[in-house]
Every structure is written in structure tokens, then in C-alpha cells.
Design a protein around this ligand. Structure first.
Ligand code: ZN
Length: 125
């Protein structure tokens, strides 16, 4: 379903596409975007909070190297205090799972991921 080229080349999706020309995959959960699936297969976890932004001009490109992933939907921020953010990072550093931390602070696992990886609350040391 993909014409996989070199690491720097575009990898156009050759299967179904959305009306915007993005590659589309049908899974048991419904349709998902092909570039997100490719990212997960090649790079690992991709929380729903994170959006991928394509850097090349090929609409159906699924090459992870052609996508930036730092753009986020900033939400839920008000739920946490700076002290809690520090506590979350400390818990993650001790090896506590994101799932357990998320439950303890009543926020989503994606949110924990964003806090720990400093995609949110970057200003808190
Ligand atoms: Zn590309």
C-alpha cells in the first residue's frame, strides 16, 4: 500500500485516500490516517493529543521523516498546578507508569505524556 523510497524521499500512499488526499487505512476501530499508522509502526507510540504536520508537498506521503509532531492541542492545562506538574515528572522519573500517574492526577494519559516530555508546561522547571 506504500511506495517506500529512501529515508529522505516521499512515500506516497497507494491505497484509499480521504477527500483531502491523505492516505486512509481501515482498522477495527474505523478509518485512520495512513501517516499516523506509519508513524506508530516505525517510530512507536503516538498519543491522540499529538498532531502530525507534513513538511513535504506530497499529500499522501507517509514517511515519518517528513512529518513534525510537536504541534499539540493545548487543552486541560488549567487542570494542573505547577507543583503537580513537578510531581508528575518526578513520578515518571521514578518509573511510575503513565497510566498510574494519569489515574492519580485525574488527567488523560496523553496529558501525562505531554507533561513528561515537556510538550506542555515547558515553563515549569
Ligand atoms: Zn514526503
Amino acid at each position: 500500500m506504500v511506495r517506500r523510497g529512501g529515508d529522505d524521499e516521499c512515500w506516497p500512499w497507494t491505497g484509499a485516500v480521504t477527500k483531502d488526499g491523505l492516505g486512509k487505512v481501515y482498522t477495527w476501530r474505523g478509518s485512520e490516517l495512513a501517516h499516523r499508522i506509519a508513524w506508530v509502526l516505525l517510530r512507536g507510540d503516538l498519543p491522540a493529543l499529538i498532531t502530525l504536520r507534513r513538511r513535504c508537498t506530497t499529500d499522501s506521503c507517509v514517511n515519518p521523516s517528513h512529518h513534525d509532531w510537536t504541534r499539540l492541542v493545548h487543552r486541560n492545562r488549567a487542570k494542573l498546578t505547577a507543583d503537580q506538574v513537578r510531581a508528575i515528572r518526578a513520578a515518571a522519573a521514578r518509573g511510575e507508569s503513565a497510566k498510574a500517574i494519569a489515574r492519580r492526577f485525574s488527567v488523560s494519559r496523553d496529558h501525562i505524556y505531554a507533561v513528561v516530555n515537556r510538550l506542555q508546561w515547558r515553563d515549569v522547571a
